[in-house]
Design a protein around this ligand. Structure first.
Ligand SMILES: Nc1ncnc2c1ncn2[C@@H]1O[C@H](COP(=O)(O)OP(=O)(O)OP(=O)(O)O)[C@@H](O)[C@H]1O
Length: 372
């Protein structure tokens, strides 16, 4: 639980400080005031690029006319007095560093203290978006509960890029070393099989949470992973069997991948599917409000799952109530209460949060400043 947040030269904030009490925090302010910037700052207290997927260079505050962002820092105090911090050390620096209690630490260690989960307006079209976006969204859910998953996906993606380079070279008449291609495909099969197993077990756990929530006014989804490796994993296959299947698949795809200049086979092509249960239709056909409610239900299921693992979830909801009808809005707030979650929520109108009066801390956000 965050008890204090400090921002220095982060996006639109020269310097800002917010003390929180542990319950929900409602950030209200006009467009462009800096509400999302604040959520983004908190989302950097976990490995990765945060809720905007931005680079560290973009995050440093720039005055009009300045070409380069300044050195910036975000830090929070948690209950128990632990301090987590992140930022870059020089103007325009690309690599953000992490500190825990003032000492440099690998980013993965942040997960020992906090697991932020977020919902953003961009996810309103998650199910009609590009497949890769959806898989990235799902992989983040997997990763929050199973931190090894990120390293596994990173190993896979690196080997995939190297293999493709060799195959394109071979297509251009330069001889690719077949032993090296074999070695990369062995690495792809191994990391791909492990990733598929993690995804399949995360999907089963999320589906169980979603099913347990039948009494809420959120639409329920029947989730699936559309990819041969994940299907084998869901059917109980061992990593070695999935790896063998992938090895054969990569080998068979070599010349096609080289000719296309793209990796057309493998678990990076897996899709997250969702059927709107009550309607019996793919979620992609739903309105953006319905997709939003469906995604929020997944996020809440995820928070509940993390909570069960004592993994300290924290909810970041950017403009979540804006597209929800009143019943769903009330259900969202009740759920946050019920799970005892610290949630940071943004909106342009205070009225959207009126049901939270007395239960939440309201903060007015004006450009560059916060006021309790
Ligand atoms: N690196 C930066 N330096 C200075 N200002 C920045 C930087 N990056 C973004 N901003 C400013 O932050 C503001 C946007 O803030 P933010 O996206 O948090 O707004 P918001 O309150 O969420 O608005 P909305 O309600 O429209 O979503 C813009 O005015 C933008 O110019």
């Amino acid at each position: 639980m965050i008890t204090e947040l400090l921002l220095t030269d982060f996006r639109s904030y020269a310097s800002a400080r917010l003390e929180t009490t542990g319950g929900p925090v409602v950030l209200v302010g006009p467009n462009g005031a800096g509400k999302t910037n604040l959520l983004e700052a908190i989302s950097l207290l976990t490995p990765g690029r945060g809720l905007r997927g931005a680079t560290a260079q973009d995050m440093g505050r720039r005055e009009p006319g300045e070409a380069e962002g300044r050195a910036w820092a975000v830090s929070v105090r948690l209950d128990g007095d632990v301090r987590l911090g992140t930022g870059v050390q020089g103007a325009g620096a690309a690599r953000r560093v992490v500190r825990i209690d003032g000492e440099p630490a690998p980013p993965g260690r942040l997960l020992d203290h906090l697991r932020p989960v977020w919902a953003t307006p961009e996810q309103d079209r998650l199910f009609s978006d590009a497949r890769a976006e959806r898989l990235r969204f799902f992989d983040r859910l997997v990763f929050a509960a199973d931190p090894d998953h990120a390293a596994c996906v990173a190993t896979y993606e690196k080997a995939l890029r190297e293999r493709l380079r060799l195959l394109i070279d071979a297509e251009d008449g330069r001889k690719a070393d077949p032993v090296w291609v074999d070695a990369l495909e062995a690495r792809l099969a191994d990391s791909g099989a492990r990733a598929a197993l993690s995804r399949a077990s995360a999907l089963a756990a999320l589906q169980a949470e979603v099913d347990r929530r039948a009494d809420r006014p959120f639409p329920q989804a029947d989730l699936g992973l559309d990819g041969p490796a994940e299907r084998m994993a869901a059917d109980g296959a061992a990593a070695s069997a999935i790896g063998e299947m992938l090895t054969a698949g990569f080998r068979a795809a070599r010349s096609r991948d080289g000719a296309a200049g793209r990796s057309l086979y493998g678990p990076h092509r897996t899709d997250l599917t969702a059927i709107h249960r009550a309607q019996g239709r793919p979620a992609a056909e739903g309105s953006s409000g319905e997709q939003k409610a469906l995604v929020l239900n997944l996020i809440l299921a995820q928070a509940a799952r993390l909570r069960e693992q004592a993994a300290r979830p924290l909810l970041l909801l950017d403009e979540a109530p804006a597209h929800l009808d009143e019943a769903r809005r009330a259900a969202l707030f009740d759920e946050i209460d019920r799970l005892g979650l610290q949630a940071f929520m943004t909106g342009t109108e205070e009225d959207l949060f009126s049901a939270l009066r007395g239960r939440a801390q309201f903060v007015r956000v004006t450009p560059g400043a916060l006021q309790a």
